[in-house]
Design a protein. Structure first.
Length: 148
């Protein structure tokens, strides 16, 4: 499969995962009183004032591009496990790169509950990418299952 097609399909897989898995976890945590924000927020963010959910789809999609390109080279582990690793990378980037840029405390201020929420949301998103991407991105000797 051509690299540009893998990149595009990785983007699609990650955006779908934001809409289903990431926002699903935000919804569950909101129902449990663990996060104040609701899923599918249309609150404008950033310099272009785009809806928050669109912003998350964009940034998640960028991770998906890298994942789609790298997928054939990644170890032959279950898709959900590779995706979980992607989600943990995304959580770490949020803690150690994005937070300082935004003037926020590193790693959620090292507060366990903040860190656990980030791992739950980003980890679940990553699992979603790991389940969806193998259905879209085919490469030799790989079955079309979530375990591939």
């Amino acid at each position: 499969m051509p690299i540009l097609l893998r990149a595009f399909l990785g983007f699609v897989a990650a955006v779908l995962s934001v809409l289903v898995f990431h926002q699903g976890m935000v919804g569950l945590l909101h129902l449990g009183g663990m996060v104040p924000n609701t899923p599918y927020s249309l609150v404008p963010v950033g310099p272009w004032q785009v809806p928050l959910v669109a912003d998350m789809c964009f940034w998640g999609g960028l991770y998906g591009i890298v994942y789609g390109i790298a997928l054939p080279s990644l170890p032959r582990l279950p898709g959900w496990l590779l995706g979980l690793c992607l989600g943990l990378v995304a959580a770490s980037v949020g803690w150690f790169v994005v937070a300082p840029i935004k003037g926020l405390p590193i790693a959620g201020g090292w507060v366990a509950a903040n860190m656990a929420r980030s791992v739950a949301i980003n980890g679940f998103w990553g699992i979603g990418v790991g389940i969806i991407a193998p259905w879209l991105i085919r490469y030799p000797n790989t079955p079309r299952t979530a375990a591939a």
